[in-house]
Design a protein around this ligand. Structure first.
Ligand SMILES: [Zn+2]
Ligand SMILES: [Zn+2]
Length: 425
């Protein structure tokens, strides 16, 4: 894991005619938090002071000039360990100087506007936008006014550089990354806690005691309706039995997953076909359990139909790759599952590995295009007489480190199976 990069952010406010904050939406093509609502800011140049960086970034991204010495330190946040790009970010509060008017001045953003902090929080609560935990925390503090703002913003346990344990990127969808024995480069699996008064816990994944205890602490005394498993892989189920016993709750999974987990996890209930579950609270959630085979035969995704959040399981990952390993994996049904998910009114993707993604339709298309491109190359290699998966991997997977060749061979086998089924080889 690389060491975190230093960054600085400016929470720009004005008090006339009323308290407002300037927020921006990061352009969809940005690698880090593309499509998220955030504050202006960026990475420190070598040997640059955090305040100087904050003022410079504000100037570059909004055209507003502030004196770095007037910036108020309101905390320091660290991105969680599971995110491939790690940042150690200083947050500063600044009053917008009279006569200055922020606007979008770089391609890094596609929206920038003044908003009342309470309205920003309300938009998040409606479930339509994505925000990282420190941005939400800052807005919630500002929604209560500017009195003691410095103290209140620093009061979060994570505002002093402690790694974030959980983040509610969208209202009612809490992401809790837990360390698991998963496939590199991933090191963690995202467990999702969905709902308000009563929650569903999706993939309590970690077999490690410290991680199970951490999840117990995050869940605290919230009422758990059920544990749901997306599929049978070991990096998704390791904490299920612990949580079931600890909280006396039931585990639900697809019938195929239940069968596959016999003797490993006691699944109490199987999902009905097109199961739909309503959860009360603000704004309330309606969950659809969708059978999405391809990565695993009993794989399900969970679609929240009110705000369009799709809990992916291992259908896609925020980084790294998804392994299609026959006979459990099946390439043609995997393609079909991706296309079915793309056709939904989906607004954000919540993977089991890596960060939450905005711009879902494009992201799914990229996945499909990438696989099609691989398949085209595999077919070409086949037509040139390459027959073994190992030979084809060497020819086609030139962008993949040799350590991953074993996994790539399984994917080649899956592609060849699909080509055979389609009568193309
Ligand atoms: Zn998996
Ligand atoms: Zn996984």
């Amino acid at each position: 894991m690389t060491s975190p990069k230093s960054a600085a952010v400016v929470v720009l406010v004005r008090t006339q005619p009323e308290l407002e904050v300037f927020w921006m939406r990061r352009s969809p093509q940005m690698v880090f938090q593309g499509g998220y609502h955030a504050f202006p800011g960026g990475q420190l140049d070598p040997n640059e002071d955090a305040r100087v960086c904050a003022a410079r970034e504000l100037q570059e991204e909004t055209g507003v000039t502030v004196d770095p010495s007037t910036l108020i330190d309101v905390g320091r946040w660290m991105t969680p360990a599971f995110v491939p790009r790690r940042f150690d970010t200083c947050f500063f509060l600044a009053q917008c100087p009279d006569g200055e008017n922020p606007r979008i001045t770089s391609g890094e953003h596609d929206l920038g506007e003044w908003i009342r902090p309470a309205d920003a929080v309300a938009k998040w609560q409606e479930g339509r936008i994505l925000m990282a935990p420190p941005v939400l925390h800052g807005l919630k503090c500002l929604a209560e006014g500017l009195d003691d703002i410095e103290e209140r913003m620093k009061a979060s346990p994570w505002a002093s550089g402690e790694p974030i344990l959980a983040g509610e990127l969208r209202a009612g969808i809490l992401l809790v990354p837990v360390r698991t024995p998963t496939l590199p480069p991933a090191t963690h699996t995202n467990c999702y806690v969905i709902g308000g008064d009563e929650v569903i816990v999706v993939d309590p994944a970690s077999p490690y005691e410290d991680q199970q205890e951490m999840l117990d602490r995050v869940l605290d005394n919230r009422k758990i309706r059920e544990i749901w498993l997306t599929h049978l892989h070991q990096d998704h189920i390791g904490g299920a039995m612990h949580l079931k016993k600890e909280r006396n709750v039931k585990i639900a999974a697809h019938p195929i997953t239940k069968r596959g987990l016999e003797g490993i996890v006691e699944v109490d209930r199987t999902f009905a076909q097109n199961e739909r579950v309503e959860l009360s609270g603000n704004p309330g959630w309606i969950l659809n359990v969708l059978h999405t085979p391809g990565h695993a035969r009993g794989h399900v995704c969970i679609f929240e139909e009110k705000n369009g959040s799709l809990i992916l399981g291992d259908l896609m990952a925020g980084f790294g790759t998804i392994v299609i390993d026959p006979p459990e994996g099946h390439m043609a049904t995997y393609f079909d599952s991706l296309r079915r998910m793309q056709a939904l009114d989906v607004t954000a993707l919540f993977p089991a590995h890596g960060p939450v993604m905005a711009n879902p339709k494009e992201k799914i298309q990229k996945y499909l295009d990438h696989r099609m491109e691989r398949e085209r190359k595999i077919l070409a290699a086949w037509q040139q007489g390459r027959r073994s998966a190992a030979e084809i991997v060497e020819e086609v997977y030139t962008d993949v480190p040799p350590a991953m060749y074993g996994v790539a061979e399984r994917s080649v086998a899956a592609h060849l199976e699909k080509l055979r089924e389609e009568g193309r080889i």
